[in-house]
Design a protein around this ligand. Structure first.
Ligand code: GLC
Length: 720
């Protein structure tokens, strides 16, 4: 539709119709035949909404036929021809589920991330969805926070690369292109810094910390053209984000020039009341609309109170018009005025959802996302060996992680399936595979069938412990004070160790766990995260060497939960811990725990071995080249992720001891050498000074090229 026609449509709208465009309710409002079927927040709303259907968009997944019928009925019942936007959480896949974002971030492969988002958009759009509430780009340093699984980890640069790749994958260059959908970046902003890792909790960050670490991924997504942003539940410096004009106006709209739609998170407008910012729903409506939240999700403060605020002169209707205009423009960018059904097509839905191409992609994504933490040579396994598998994930299909409710869990490839396909069913024994219950349901451990398991597996050549955490105990409202693996699972690994046979532990989890005891009792440890629909195939491919591990850690793995928040790009302090310092000396550290992570950000092994040497810096003026000679010194081809870190030795504010500023996945044949080069420019060395200016300061810098945040070749240079 031409903009002039769109303007004319806006002019025809009554104020109430405009406010309907700024209201999003759950799909149940349109599908429930009676009020009594409405559940959750729906029941708290005034009755009659189901009848009045006063909405501009709907939250919830659908099938193509349902999408078409909802849209058709809505248009038939509406005075003006304004189609609904259908939105849902397609976070790491729709029907085909890919590894959780925390895992995919560890692939250090933005192109792969883009491919998975592209595939998810093809599937979701064929079912009639127009918008996905993704990518989630919150930086996370505290794994007590369950939503760490939705993030791509602790690093601003990696998160920014993955955020931009996700937007490209979902949106492409034209939202009207078949198979594309609008991306809604979340949760703006700083949700991952919730105090104590407690969900929905307070966030208090200096502006410098906010900008230096937390905002870069949102900014990258906005720069990539993300169509929408979602405000987060938390306060940012004492103001709830849905009512935070510093975030929504000063930064998002004025500084970054974002002109898309902002939607609140689920009920977050009304939640400004319990937050203590709004006295009532009317004040909530006024504060959030004025701050810049366009669409109110799952509550009706706008629909119920903005008309009186306008009548009282407290809100100017032009403010409403600006918000509605952005919503109409998004519908227009999607082509919904010409084709309200966009890509909804039952035939295409059947052909594209869970298709072999997407499952192959999921398998590859799983292969690239799993992280080999430890291996004394027991891996890769020989297919001739008899394998004993025990633990709650031995034959579990719960490998998808949370936000996978559109996926076909029953068609997930289990670890036992994957291994059996390699070895043949006669070479695999399974024991103690009762699934882990969820803490949410009060179940804390698996039954102690350890002795029985050791007896059943007594004639096996190698023992695999398939252990971890329940997927329902990661994700939203899943904060934990402990990151331990359950006692019986740890005891199983210790019992395996007592047998004297090779022990391989495979960890399925949506968050970092304390793995010290597991590592101490295993010959090899593979962190599978929640690897998705093809998880069993991907893990088996890695265990048997049909694929060489290349995954890296997108987040530091702790020795103890007591170390939280834990991250590599920390400040040095005035008393840094010298190598080999004893606990209790007067330097930064803990009396009861070794310093630093169990495994650092960026870490991951492969079946190859790589040597870094001869770091070179091309000069002392910017831009300059930093390079290192990388050699595959093993007899196996493999992929190494070379990481570029910088350190600003002294500046007007203290700078981190390392900052990731680049990475390259390099494939080398046995014996092959390659000089891996990075260009360093002024922007990469710039930072927010005390006056919050983004500046470059001459001085001494250190450049490091290496395999993770605690290793590599380093050199210092003075730059003007
Ligand atoms: C949830 C989540 C958000 C999600 C929204 C809609 O509470 O915080 O990530 O997109 O509601 O489901």
């Amino acid at each position: 539709m031409k903009r002039t026609e769109l303007r004319n449509l806006l002019r025809q709208m009554t104020l109430h119709e405009k406010l309907a465009q700024l209201t999003q309710l759950d799909i149940s409002f349109l599908t429930s035949q009676t009020e009594s079927e409405l559940t959750g927040p729906a029941q708290r709303l005034p009755s009659g909404y189901a009848a009045r259907r006063e909405l501009g968009s709907v939250l919830g997944g659908t099938h193509a036929e349902l999408s078409v019928s909802l849209q058709r009925q809505h248009l038939e019942e509406s005075r003006l021809p304004i189609p609904l936007l259908l939105m849902a959480d397609v976070v790491h896949g729709f029907r085909t589920i890919f590894p959780i974002p925390l895992a995919l971030g560890g692939s250090f492969d933005p192109a792969l991330c883009e491919e998975t988002c592209r595939a998810a958009a093809k599937e979701a759009s064929s079912a009639g969805l127009h918008v996905t509430f993704a990518p989630m780009v919150d930086l996370v340093r505290d794994s007590r926070w369950g939503r760490v699984m939705e993030s791509t980890g602790e690093d601003p640069y990696l998160n920014a690369q993955m955020a931009a790749a996700s937007v490209r994958g979902y949106q492409g260059h034209d939202l009207q292109e078949p198979g594309r959908m609008a991306a809604c970046v979340k949760h703006f902003a700083g949700y991952g810094a919730s105090e104590g890792g407690r969900d929905y909790n307070t966030v208090d960050l200096s502006e410098g910390m906010l900008r230096e670490y937390y905002l870069s991924s949102y900014q990258a997504a906005a720069k990539e053209g993300a169509a929408m942003f979602m405000t987060s539940f938390n306060t940012m410096n004492r103001i709830p984000c849905s009512a935070n004009s510093h975030l929504l106006q000063d930064i998002l709209r004025k500084e970054w020039g974002f002109d898309g739609v902002v939607i609140s998170d689920f009920g977050a407008v009304m939640e400004t009341i319990p937050h203590g910012l709004s006295a009532d729903a009317k004040e909530a409506a006024e504060k959030c609309l004025r701050a810049g939240t366009d669409i109110e999700m799952m509550t009706t403060c706008y629909l119920d109170h903005i008309e009186s605020l306008v009548a009282e002169g407290k809100i100017d209707e032009t403010l409403v018009d600006e918000a509605v205009w952005r919503v109409l423009e998004l519908k227009n960018r999607l082509g919904l005025f010409e084709n309200p059904y966009k890509d909804a097509d039952p035939v295409r839905e059947k052909a594209v959802c869970f298709c072999q191409e997407h499952r192959d992609l999921a398998r590859r994504a799983g292969q690239e996302s799993c992280v080999l933490l430890q291996n004394n040579g027991v891996l890769p396994l020989k297919k001739s060996l008899k394998v004993g598998i025990a633990g709650p994930f031995a034959s579990s299909k719960k490998l998808l992680g949370s936000w996978s409710f559109f996926g076909y869990e029953d068609r997930t490839v289990t670890l036992a399936d994957g291994i059996s396909e390699k070895t043949g069913p006669d070479k695999i024994r399974i024991a103690m595979d009762t699934e882990l219950g969820s803490l949410r349901k009060g179940e804390t451990d698996v039954p102690d069938d350890i002795q029985e398991a050791c007896r059943v597996l007594a004639d096996c050549d190698v023992l695999i412990a398939a252990i971890g955490a329940h997927p329902d105990d990661c994700g939203e409202a899943a904060s934990l004070v402990s990151l331990g693996i359950s006692p019986h699972q740890e005891a199983l690994v210790r019992a395996f160790r007592q047998t004297g046979k090779p022990v391989v532990s495979v960890i399925f989890t949506g968050r970092p766990l304390e793995l010290g005891e597991i590592c101490a009792n295993s010959d090899a440890v593979l962190l599978a995260w929640f690897p998705g629909s093809e998880g069993g195939h991907a893990v088996a491919d890695l265990l048997y060497g049909d694929c060489n591990p290349s995954g890296r850690l997108s987040i530091s793995l702790p020795r103890s939960v007591g170390q939280m928040p834990l991250y590599y790009n920390r400040a040095n302090t005035g008393r840094p811990l010298p190598p080999g310092a004893k606990r209790g000396s007067f330097v930064t550290g803990y009396l009861d725990c070794d310093f630093g992570p169990l495994f650092p950000f960026g870490y991951g092994l492969s079946y190859s071995a790589f040597r870094y040497s001869d770091l070179q810096i091309s000069g002392n003026t910017l831009p300059l080249q930093v390079s290192v000679l990388l050699e595959n010194i093993s007899d196996r081809a493999g992929t190494e992720t070379v990481q570029l870190y910088i350190r600003d030795i002294a500046a007007s504010v203290v700078r981190p001891i390392r900052e990731l500023k680049g990475f390259q996945r390099v494939h080398l044949e046995p014996g092959e050498k390659q000089r891996v080069c990075f260009t360093v420019n002024r922007e990469m060395l710039s930072f927010y000074n005390q006056e919050l200016q983004f500046v470059y300061e001459p001085g001494e810098f250190e450049f490091i090229l290496g395999p993770h945040a605690e290793g590599g070749c380093a050199a210092r240079i003075f730059l003007e």
